[in-house]
Write a protein that binds this ligand. Structure first.
Ligand SMILES: [Zn+2]
Length: 173
């Protein structure tokens, strides 16, 4: 119900029900048709059903946003296999949404632990790799020298410490 309300640009299921009453449409039939369309789409794009990863995701919302996207099922299946094995990905249930909109935040990629950050901090003698000024470690954040999307891992060798301002600047690039 939330999904179809979203499709119709309504913010809540209640608004959808109200609109249905006003229009005198037989809502069960429309709802059923919509669900069938959602499941047919999911089945076509992601034919290999992985219950642990797929159950309970907001498929209707994904459908509303991406049903007209040009997606290649074989290509997606290949990427899913890689992402499942990727130790940098800590939220596997975010794989599908990531493949649809390309936002890495869905994957909850690994971040540096305190030891890794301390090692990089000592290596840099407290100098920010961005602006070249000295900071206390608590004023700095760990940054991937090579980004995950370019094959970078969360290791101390791939860690550099940036001051918060430089890290924010890098993040928004
Ligand atoms: Zn800096």
């Amino acid at each position: 119900m939330k999904w179809i309300a979203d499709r119709n640009g309504l913010t809540s299921p209640e608004l959808y029900m109200d609109a249905q009453k006003r229009n005198h449409t037989p809502d069960a039939a429309e709802l059923w048709k919509y669900f069938e369309a959602v499941f047919a789409w999911v089945n076509e794009i992601f034919s290999n059903f992985r219950p642990k990863l797929m159950k309970g995701l907001a498929w209707g919302i994904f459908y509303n946003k991406h049903k007209d996207d040009a997606l290649n099922p074989a290509d997606l299946e290949e990427k899913i296999k890689w992402l499942i094995l990727d130790k940098e990905v800590t939220n596997r249930r975010g794989i599908y949404e990531y493949l649809l909109d390309g936002e890495e935040k869905h994957l909850s990629l690994r971040t540096f632990d305190d030891d890794q950050k301390q090692e990089a901090y000592d290596r840099q003698a407290g100098i920010c790799a961005g602006c070249g000024k000295h900071f206390e470690i608590k004023e700095m954040e760990g940054d991937h020298i090579t980004a995950w999307s370019a094959g970078g891992k969360t290791t101390s060798e791939n860690c550099q410490m940036l001051c918060k301002a430089c890290n924010r600047r890098k993040g928004s690039r």
